[in-house]
Write a protein of this length. Sequence first.
Length: 182
Amino acid sequence: MADQTIAGKTIALLVTDGVEQPELTEPLAAIQDAGGAAKVVSPNESSLQAMTGDWDHADHFDVDHQLGSVSSEDFDALVLPGGTINADTLRVDEKAREFVKGFVDAGKPIAAICHGPWILTEVGGVEGQRVTSYPSLKTDLVNAGAEWVDESAVVSNGLITSRTPDDLEDFNRSFLQVVAQA
């Protein structure tokens, strides 16, 4: 992925407690390796608890910006990692929905993996889009107007989606390509 450069671009990763650790750490590393700045944005004030799967605690991560202190205007793109607890918590958080809606309305690149696309169903972010996700989100995404497909990474009008941590290599490559061209 070193052939993709996003130097000078700042990417928000919107997460909270329960984020699937590799879905946070691997995109974060890919952004930094490509010359971009990755910033963790969260409703949490200072740190968050990542998970391995939905049951096992993993590492704690520092929060760069608390929701409400920044807006979509401060970033070039957005990453929405998964983890069931993380995604379900964020989709019902008003500030998180407003933050994500700003990216949708501005047409900025958004990358969502696993359960990450869930919040997009709340803000009109998947209507008319071709997407993928963790299989349990298929009905929600279709009901929100998306065309759901079972592929490792799907790019549709600046929206990049993937299914699971197994797809992270394709997810990161697709996301970096879109951000580099934006």
